[in-house]
Design a binder for this molecule. Structure first.
Ligand code: GUN
Length: 277
Protein backbone atom coordinates (compact mmCIF):
# COMPACT_ATOMS: atom_id res chain seq x y z
CA UNK A 1 0.00 0.00 0.00
CA UNK A 2 1.24 3.43 -0.98
CA UNK A 3 0.34 6.43 1.16
CA UNK A 4 -0.69 9.45 -0.96
CA UNK A 5 0.89 12.33 0.92
CA UNK A 6 -1.29 15.41 0.50
CA UNK A 7 0.73 17.41 2.97
CA UNK A 8 3.91 16.91 0.96
CA UNK A 9 2.28 17.43 -2.46
CA UNK A 10 0.38 20.53 -1.32
CA UNK A 11 3.71 21.89 -0.03
CA UNK A 12 5.23 21.42 -3.49
CA UNK A 13 2.32 23.25 -5.12
CA UNK A 14 2.47 26.12 -2.62
CA UNK A 15 6.21 26.45 -3.32
CA UNK A 16 5.48 26.61 -7.06
CA UNK A 17 2.86 29.30 -6.43
CA UNK A 18 5.30 31.21 -4.22
CA UNK A 19 7.78 31.31 -7.10
CA UNK A 20 5.09 32.55 -9.51
CA UNK A 21 4.01 35.24 -7.03
CA UNK A 22 7.63 36.43 -6.78
CA UNK A 23 7.95 36.58 -10.56
CA UNK A 24 4.73 38.59 -10.81
CA UNK A 25 6.02 40.97 -8.13
CA UNK A 26 9.15 41.57 -10.25
CA UNK A 27 6.77 42.63 -13.04
CA UNK A 28 5.08 45.02 -10.63
CA UNK A 29 2.00 42.81 -10.20
CA UNK A 30 0.71 41.98 -6.73
CA UNK A 31 -1.67 39.04 -6.20
CA UNK A 32 -4.56 39.76 -3.83
CA UNK A 33 -7.26 37.47 -2.45
CA UNK A 34 -10.29 38.93 -0.66
CA UNK A 35 -11.78 36.52 1.89
CA UNK A 36 -15.25 37.15 3.31
CA UNK A 37 -16.53 35.37 6.41
CA UNK A 38 -20.01 36.07 7.76
CA UNK A 39 -20.75 35.04 11.36
CA UNK A 40 -18.63 32.90 13.64
CA UNK A 41 -19.05 29.26 12.66
CA UNK A 42 -16.00 27.65 14.34
CA UNK A 43 -15.15 25.32 11.43
CA UNK A 44 -15.42 28.18 8.93
CA UNK A 45 -13.15 30.33 11.11
CA UNK A 46 -10.50 27.59 11.08
CA UNK A 47 -10.75 27.20 7.26
CA UNK A 48 -10.50 30.95 6.71
CA UNK A 49 -7.53 31.14 9.10
CA UNK A 50 -5.77 28.37 7.12
CA UNK A 51 -6.45 30.18 3.84
CA UNK A 52 -4.93 33.38 5.23
CA UNK A 53 -1.87 31.44 6.46
CA UNK A 54 -1.40 29.91 2.99
CA UNK A 55 -1.58 33.41 1.48
CA UNK A 56 1.15 34.58 3.84
CA UNK A 57 3.33 31.60 2.93
CA UNK A 58 2.96 32.09 -0.83
CA UNK A 59 3.28 35.89 -0.74
CA UNK A 60 -0.31 36.50 -1.81
CA UNK A 61 -1.80 39.58 -0.15
CA UNK A 62 -5.01 38.66 1.68
CA UNK A 63 -7.75 41.09 2.59
CA UNK A 64 -10.02 39.73 5.25
CA UNK A 65 -13.63 40.82 5.80
CA UNK A 66 -15.08 39.33 8.96
CA UNK A 67 -18.70 40.42 9.12
CA UNK A 68 -21.18 39.90 11.97
CA UNK A 69 -23.78 37.11 11.82
CA UNK A 70 -26.63 39.64 11.34
CA UNK A 71 -25.07 41.24 8.24
CA UNK A 72 -27.83 41.88 5.67
CA UNK A 73 -27.71 40.28 2.23
CA UNK A 74 -27.72 43.76 0.68
CA UNK A 75 -24.62 44.72 2.62
CA UNK A 76 -22.79 41.52 1.63
CA UNK A 77 -23.75 41.94 -2.03
CA UNK A 78 -22.55 45.56 -1.95
CA UNK A 79 -19.15 44.40 -0.62
CA UNK A 80 -18.86 41.73 -3.34
CA UNK A 81 -19.74 44.33 -6.01
CA UNK A 82 -17.14 46.70 -4.62
CA UNK A 83 -14.46 43.95 -4.75
CA UNK A 84 -15.58 43.00 -8.29
CA UNK A 85 -14.82 46.54 -9.37
CA UNK A 86 -11.38 46.78 -7.78
CA UNK A 87 -8.51 46.18 -10.22
CA UNK A 88 -6.16 45.36 -7.34
CA UNK A 89 -8.27 42.35 -6.20
CA UNK A 90 -7.67 39.14 -8.20
CA UNK A 91 -9.74 36.65 -6.24
CA UNK A 92 -12.91 36.81 -4.13
CA UNK A 93 -13.88 34.01 -1.76
CA UNK A 94 -17.06 33.99 0.31
CA UNK A 95 -16.77 31.24 2.91
CA UNK A 96 -19.78 28.90 2.99
CA UNK A 97 -22.14 28.13 4.65
CA UNK A 98 -23.71 31.58 5.02
CA UNK A 99 -26.25 32.41 7.75
CA UNK A 100 -29.79 31.23 6.91
CA UNK A 101 -31.14 34.72 6.13
CA UNK A 102 -28.71 35.11 3.23
CA UNK A 103 -29.33 33.37 -0.11
CA UNK A 104 -26.11 31.60 -1.08
CA UNK A 105 -26.98 31.33 -4.73
CA UNK A 106 -27.55 35.08 -5.07
CA UNK A 107 -24.19 35.76 -3.43
CA UNK A 108 -22.31 33.27 -5.63
CA UNK A 109 -24.00 34.64 -8.76
CA UNK A 110 -22.81 38.15 -7.82
CA UNK A 111 -19.10 37.22 -7.70
CA UNK A 112 -17.42 38.16 -10.97
CA UNK A 113 -16.55 34.92 -12.83
CA UNK A 114 -13.12 36.48 -13.48
CA UNK A 115 -12.43 36.51 -9.71
CA UNK A 116 -14.32 33.34 -8.74
CA UNK A 117 -11.36 31.40 -7.29
CA UNK A 118 -13.71 28.80 -5.74
CA UNK A 119 -15.19 28.04 -9.20
CA UNK A 120 -18.74 28.15 -7.77
CA UNK A 121 -20.33 30.64 -10.23
CA UNK A 122 -22.53 28.95 -12.88
CA UNK A 123 -20.39 30.50 -15.61
CA UNK A 124 -17.20 29.08 -14.04
CA UNK A 125 -18.84 25.66 -13.72
CA UNK A 126 -20.01 25.82 -17.34
CA UNK A 127 -16.55 26.74 -18.61
CA UNK A 128 -15.01 23.86 -16.65
CA UNK A 129 -17.61 21.38 -17.99
CA UNK A 130 -16.93 22.22 -21.63
CA UNK A 131 -13.16 22.41 -21.14
CA UNK A 132 -12.71 26.17 -21.60
CA UNK A 133 -9.91 28.04 -19.86
CA UNK A 134 -10.83 29.28 -16.40
CA UNK A 135 -10.66 28.51 -12.70
CA UNK A 136 -10.85 24.87 -11.61
CA UNK A 137 -12.80 23.76 -8.52
CA UNK A 138 -10.24 23.51 -5.69
CA UNK A 139 -10.97 20.15 -4.07
CA UNK A 140 -11.55 18.16 -7.30
CA UNK A 141 -8.53 19.80 -9.01
CA UNK A 142 -6.48 19.01 -5.90
CA UNK A 143 -7.46 15.34 -6.19
CA UNK A 144 -6.35 15.28 -9.85
CA UNK A 145 -2.97 16.70 -8.76
CA UNK A 146 -2.68 14.09 -5.99
CA UNK A 147 -3.27 11.30 -8.51
CA UNK A 148 -0.94 12.70 -11.18
CA UNK A 149 1.89 13.49 -8.79
CA UNK A 150 1.57 10.00 -7.24
CA UNK A 151 1.89 8.45 -10.72
CA UNK A 152 -1.65 7.03 -10.72
CA UNK A 153 -2.76 6.35 -14.31
CA UNK A 154 -6.27 7.78 -14.89
CA UNK A 155 -6.91 7.14 -18.61
CA UNK A 156 -9.27 4.22 -19.17
CA UNK A 157 -9.69 3.54 -15.45
CA UNK A 158 -13.09 3.11 -13.80
CA UNK A 159 -13.51 5.95 -11.33
CA UNK A 160 -16.38 5.67 -8.84
CA UNK A 161 -17.31 8.83 -6.96
CA UNK A 162 -19.59 8.60 -3.92
CA UNK A 163 -21.34 11.92 -3.43
CA UNK A 164 -23.03 14.33 -5.86
CA UNK A 165 -22.49 17.77 -4.30
CA UNK A 166 -21.88 20.85 -6.41
CA UNK A 167 -18.57 21.44 -4.59
CA UNK A 168 -17.06 17.95 -4.88
CA UNK A 169 -18.99 15.08 -6.53
CA UNK A 170 -20.27 16.73 -9.71
CA UNK A 171 -17.16 18.74 -10.65
CA UNK A 172 -14.98 15.75 -9.69
CA UNK A 173 -16.82 13.64 -12.27
CA UNK A 174 -16.19 16.27 -14.94
CA UNK A 175 -12.47 16.53 -14.21
CA UNK A 176 -12.02 12.73 -14.16
CA UNK A 177 -13.86 12.55 -17.48
CA UNK A 178 -11.49 15.18 -18.86
CA UNK A 179 -8.64 12.88 -17.79
CA UNK A 180 -10.25 10.05 -19.79
CA UNK A 181 -11.56 7.98 -16.89
CA UNK A 182 -14.84 6.08 -17.15
CA UNK A 183 -16.90 7.71 -14.43
CA UNK A 184 -19.72 6.50 -12.18
CA UNK A 185 -21.37 8.81 -9.63
CA UNK A 186 -23.05 7.14 -6.65
CA UNK A 187 -25.26 8.75 -4.01
CA UNK A 188 -27.68 7.91 -1.21
CA UNK A 189 -30.23 6.35 -3.60
CA UNK A 190 -27.72 4.17 -5.48
CA UNK A 191 -28.61 0.47 -5.53
CA UNK A 192 -25.88 -2.06 -4.76
CA UNK A 193 -23.45 0.63 -3.67
CA UNK A 194 -20.97 -1.94 -2.43
CA UNK A 195 -20.86 -3.82 -5.74
CA UNK A 196 -20.42 -0.59 -7.71
CA UNK A 197 -17.60 0.55 -5.41
CA UNK A 198 -15.92 -2.85 -5.71
CA UNK A 199 -15.64 -2.33 -9.46
CA UNK A 200 -13.69 0.91 -9.03
CA UNK A 201 -10.02 1.26 -9.96
CA UNK A 202 -10.14 4.71 -8.36
CA UNK A 203 -12.67 5.27 -5.55
CA UNK A 204 -13.33 8.87 -4.47
CA UNK A 205 -15.37 9.11 -1.27
CA UNK A 206 -17.24 12.30 -0.36
CA UNK A 207 -20.25 11.13 1.64
CA UNK A 208 -19.91 12.94 4.95
CA UNK A 209 -20.23 9.85 7.18
CA UNK A 210 -17.32 8.92 9.45
CA UNK A 211 -15.55 5.65 8.47
CA UNK A 212 -18.51 4.46 6.34
CA UNK A 213 -16.34 2.81 3.67
CA UNK A 214 -14.53 -0.28 4.90
CA UNK A 215 -12.49 -2.88 3.01
CA UNK A 216 -15.64 -4.71 1.85
CA UNK A 217 -16.25 -1.80 -0.58
CA UNK A 218 -12.76 -1.83 -2.07
CA UNK A 219 -11.22 -3.91 -4.85
CA UNK A 220 -7.74 -5.27 -4.16
CA UNK A 221 -5.18 -2.72 -5.36
CA UNK A 222 -7.67 0.13 -5.90
CA UNK A 223 -6.71 3.76 -5.29
CA UNK A 224 -8.86 5.28 -2.53
CA UNK A 225 -9.28 9.04 -2.08
CA UNK A 226 -11.02 10.20 1.11
CA UNK A 227 -12.59 13.68 0.97
CA UNK A 228 -14.35 13.45 4.36
CA UNK A 229 -13.16 14.99 7.59
CA UNK A 230 -14.79 14.43 10.98
CA UNK A 231 -13.74 15.06 14.55
CA UNK A 232 -14.38 12.01 16.72
CA UNK A 233 -14.94 12.18 20.46
CA UNK A 234 -11.52 12.52 21.97
CA UNK A 235 -10.66 15.02 19.21
CA UNK A 236 -9.08 12.55 16.79
CA UNK A 237 -9.79 13.29 13.10
CA UNK A 238 -11.08 10.68 10.67
CA UNK A 239 -12.46 10.55 7.14
CA UNK A 240 -15.36 8.85 5.36
CA UNK A 241 -13.07 5.83 4.90
CA UNK A 242 -12.07 3.39 7.63
CA UNK A 243 -8.36 3.93 6.96
CA UNK A 244 -6.96 1.14 9.15
CA UNK A 245 -9.21 -1.45 7.48
CA UNK A 246 -9.01 -0.19 3.87
CA UNK A 247 -5.22 0.24 3.87
CA UNK A 248 -4.95 -3.57 3.96
CA UNK A 249 -6.55 -3.94 0.50
CA UNK A 250 -5.98 -0.60 -1.27
CA UNK A 251 -3.07 -0.09 -3.67
CA UNK A 252 -2.83 3.54 -2.58
CA UNK A 253 -4.82 5.66 -0.13
CA UNK A 254 -5.01 9.22 1.23
CA UNK A 255 -4.84 9.67 5.01
CA UNK A 256 -7.06 12.01 7.06
CA UNK A 257 -5.67 14.46 8.03
CA UNK A 258 -2.90 15.09 5.51
CA UNK A 259 -4.60 13.89 2.34
CA UNK A 260 -7.16 15.87 0.37
CA UNK A 261 -7.60 18.69 2.93
CA UNK A 262 -4.34 20.57 2.39
CA UNK A 263 -4.72 20.19 -1.40
CA UNK A 264 -7.89 22.30 -1.46
CA UNK A 265 -6.05 25.32 -0.09
CA UNK A 266 -3.00 24.77 -2.31
CA UNK A 267 -5.26 24.77 -5.39
CA UNK A 268 -7.00 27.91 -4.12
CA UNK A 269 -3.58 29.61 -4.06
CA UNK A 270 -2.95 28.34 -7.60
CA UNK A 271 -6.27 29.82 -8.76
CA UNK A 272 -5.40 33.19 -7.22
CA UNK A 273 -2.23 33.36 -9.32
CA UNK A 274 -3.94 32.12 -12.48
CA UNK A 275 -6.47 34.95 -12.08
CA UNK A 276 -3.76 37.60 -12.55
CA UNK A 277 -3.73 39.15 -16.00
N1 GUN B 1 -17.03 25.80 2.74
C1 GUN B 1 -16.58 24.52 2.72
N2 GUN B 1 -15.70 24.36 1.71
C2 GUN B 1 -15.60 25.55 1.09
C3 GUN B 1 -14.82 26.02 -0.01
O1 GUN B 1 -14.06 25.31 -0.66
N3 GUN B 1 -14.98 27.33 -0.33
C4 GUN B 1 -15.83 28.15 0.34
N4 GUN B 1 -15.93 29.43 -0.06
N5 GUN B 1 -16.56 27.75 1.37
C5 GUN B 1 -16.43 26.46 1.74
Amino acid sequence: MKLIDGKMISGMIKDEVKEQVEKLKQQGKEVTLAVILVGNDPASSVYVGNKKKACEYTGIRSESYELPEDTTQEKLLALVEELNGRDDVNGILVQLPLPAHIDEKTVIDTISPDKDVDCFHPQSVGRMCIGEKGFLPCTPAGIIELLKRSDVEITGKHCVIIGRSNIVGKPMAMLMLRENATVTICHSKTKDLKEVCKSADILIVAIGKPKMIDSSYVKEGAVVIDVGIHRLEGKKLCGDVDFEDVKEVAGAITPVPGGVGPMTIAMLMKNCVSGVR
